[in-house]
Design a binder for this molecule. Structure first.
Ligand code: RP5
Length: 165
């Protein structure tokens, strides 16, 4: 059971690291690669075609600008592909978002928010958890942690807005 985290350039790692960290937190085996749809299209197609036989079950693909990587990988595999639009200073990630989200019917890519790599990791864990009760339990604990964090935030706000009499 393995997740591939791929990205168009090493400059995307600063965003995509959150997906890697999330997978590590859940103890999910992952590989991380730079795969470029534009600069090395043949390499990209090779990766997509071989992913299943390498034991990969979910692919997280991040790219910025004219972000064709997630959609092109999805067109060359039947594995689930999660796309992360990487925000860049020019156009603030809107270009990446629209490039990834507007897939034609037949080739699905689960598109995250701009720079939403942490959620990409969590969605991959949820997919794997469908056939892994231990992962499902870990997700439940994670959800409980989020509730605790809201409680902490609530106390912080209450303290900060307390009227001193
Ligand atoms: C995209 O072009 C990559 O995903 C990256 O976000 C962007 C710029 O790449 P570099 O010029 O930093 O290599 O393909």
């Amino acid at each position: 059971m393995s997740v591939a985290v791929v990205m168009g350039s090493d400059s995307d790692l600063v965003v995509m690291q959150a997906a890697v960290d999330t997978l590590d937190r859940f103890g999910v085996h992952r590989i991380v690669r730079c795969i470029s749809a534009h600069r090395d299209p043949h390499g990209m197609l090779r990766f997509a075609a071989e992913a299943e036989s390498q034991g990969i079950e979910v692919i997280i693909a991040g790219a910025g600008g004219a972000a064709h990587l997630p959609g092109m990988i999805a067109s060359a595999t039947v594995l689930p592909v999660i796309g992360v639009p990487v925000g860049r200073p020019v156009l603030s990630g809107m270009d990446s978002l629209l490039s990834i989200v507007q897939m034609p019917a037949g080739i699905p890519v689960a598109t995250m928010a701009v720079d939403g790599a942490a959620n990409a990791g969590l969605l991959a864990v949820r997919i794997l958890a469908l056939s892994d009760p231990e992962l499902r339990e870990a997700l439940r604990l994670h959800a409980a942690d989020l509730i605790d964090q809201v409680e902490i935030k609530n106390s912080t706000i209450t303290r900060a807005t307390e009227v001193l009499r």
